[in-house]
Write a protein that binds this ligand. Structure first.
Ligand code: NGQ
Ligand code: ZN
Length: 457
């Protein structure tokens, strides 16, 4: 079948920015954007979408290569006291072993899985830049190009975030051998950004990602922010682990978020990834800055990070989105479910983030925040937005006969079967009847790639 959707669609039910609407006509333009949204339309002359229609979900945080770590870090290591840092040693082992072809094959498979789960865009926090010994490839952007090629193979929207990485810890601590593939001095990093921006004027949004305050000394952070301001999105890992907070205090006398707010022009272009450990004051100030909290609940659980203070963040008016990060789970539903469940388990109460409107406002807020963090016109069914649409299977037992105003609640809390039936990205079908159109070929390449890597590890 053709990948092009008709220019005129009809949704019996669609989630618009102000809630569910019935009989929505959607007109698409030739570039794959929505040119008109008409609630109360008639189906005549329009292609009927056979289920409730949601905006595709933007995934605001991904390290694609980590998809190939599936199941390899879930047993106790030798020191019996496994933590984030012992997980990281294993992860570095994988990061050091991958070839460019393998990186592309793994990313393409991941993006197929994202699309089948309802993620239609991803912000890729990309830090594998060089050869295993740390020498740049002939093309400085070789591995960025591999990830970009994978996003095109799978047909997912991409915000590409090359990572700035210089040191192995606070205070300019020297990097370790395991970090050699990540390193760029600021001038070479800026060359990489310029190269990517000039090669990909259409279709790929480029931002920057200072990896963390551990990996980027203050002078390098300031230099790169100055040279790229004010156009680009800026994503940074921050305050994920209490160990990082302690090290930052020892180095500067300030906590990570406190330090960042005092030393960088943090605003709505910024995505603070994790931001798990904040005081009440940090929470209020960071929320007021307009920065997006980049929450990755399943990875944060898997790595034993701690709980993000979500009620405080939301009551301070903070924006947020979700990401699949290490891809221990690839499902926007599971991320939002665990965001809420984490809070219930801590508070020993119910409905902490869900409101009288159920999960709807949480869902819409997560869409808007992740879209902002991606810096693209996505995450909403509205004129001018990309035609990134997810059509649900309402015949699933968990969704059948659920009243419309409880549909998102059922989606988040009442099932594990994937309810995503069809997915359209920029006006093109990528998933039909729950299967990505290139699923077999891309999976075949992934399987060969991981088999080869695992033989070498
Ligand atoms: C990363 N991942 O860059 O992949 C990190 C681990 C680090 C998460 N923080 C490495 N989830 O933070 O140094
Ligand atoms: Zn990360």
């Amino acid at each position: 079948m053709s990948r092009e959707a008709s220019r005129r669609l009809f949704a019996p039910l669609a989630l618009l920015p102000d809630g569910w609407h019935a009989d929505v006509g959607l007109d698409l333009d030739a570039s794959g954007s929505i040119s008109a949204v008409t609630p109360g339309a008639t189906p005549d002359g329009r292609e009927r979408l056979d289920g409730p229609v949601l905006p595709g979900f933007p995934n605001l945080h991904s390290h694609a290569f980590q998809r190939a770590m599936a199941g390899l870090a879930e047993h106790r290591g030798e020191d019996a006291d496994d933590d984030f840092w012992s997980w990281r040693r294993l992860m570095y082992g994988l990061a050091g072993a991958l070839t460019p072809e393998e990186i592309q094959a793994i990313a393409a498979q991941l993006y197929v899985e994202m699309l089948e789960a309802g993620y239609t865009a991803v912000a890729e926090f990309h830090y594998l830049h060089h050869q295993p010994d740390g020498r740049p490839y002939d093309d400085l952007a070789e591995l960025s190009e591999r990830v970009i090629a994978a996003s095109k193979e799978a047909g997912i929207g991409l915000t590409h975030l090359p990572v700035l990485y210089l040191s192995g810890g606070f205070g300019g601590k020297p990097p370790t051998d395991g970090q050699r593939r990540f390193l760029n001095p600021p001038d070479r990093f800026l060359r990489l950004i310029e190269t990517l921006r000039s090669r990909h004027r259409n279709g790929v949004t480029v931002g920057i990602a200072p990896h963390s305050l551990r990996a980027v000394p203050p002078e390098a952070l300031a230099a790169v922010l100055d040279a790229t301001a004010p156009a680009l999105r800026v994503h940074i890992h921050i305050a994920e682990q209490t160990g990082e907070v302690d090290q930052c205090l020892a180095w500067s006398g300030q906590r990570p978020v406190e330090w960042l707010l005092a030393h960088a022009p943090v605003d709505s272009r910024w995505c603070l990834v994790h931001a798990t450990h904040m005081t009440g004051e940090e929470t209020r100030k960071a929320a007021a800055s307009g920065a997006i909290a980049g929450l990755c609940p399943t990875t944060e659980a898997n790595l034993g990070d701690g709980f993000f203070q979500a009620e405080d963040w939301l009551s301070a008016g903070g924006a947020f989105g979700i990401g699949s990060d290490s891809h221990i789970s690839v499902s926007p539903i599971e991320e939002l479910r665990w965001l809420e469940y984490g809070r219930r388990l801590v508070a020993r109460r119910r409905n902490r983030l869900t409101s009288r409107a159920g999960a709807r406002d949480l869902y819409l807020a997560a869409l808007a925040g992740a879209a902002e963090a991606c810096g693209r016109p996505i995450g909403r069914i509205a004129t001018g937005a990309r035609a990134d649409l997810v059509i649900l299977d309402r015949e699933m037992p968990g969704l059948a006969e659920v009243p419309t105003d409880r549909l998102l609640d059922a989606l988040l809390f009442a099932g594990n079967a994937n309810p995503v039936k069809h997915v359209l990205v920029g006006g093109r079908w990528q998933v039909r009847d729950a299967r990505h159109l290139d699923r077999e070929a891309i999976f075949g390449r992934y399987r060969s790639a991981v088999a080869a890597v695992r033989r070498r590890l």
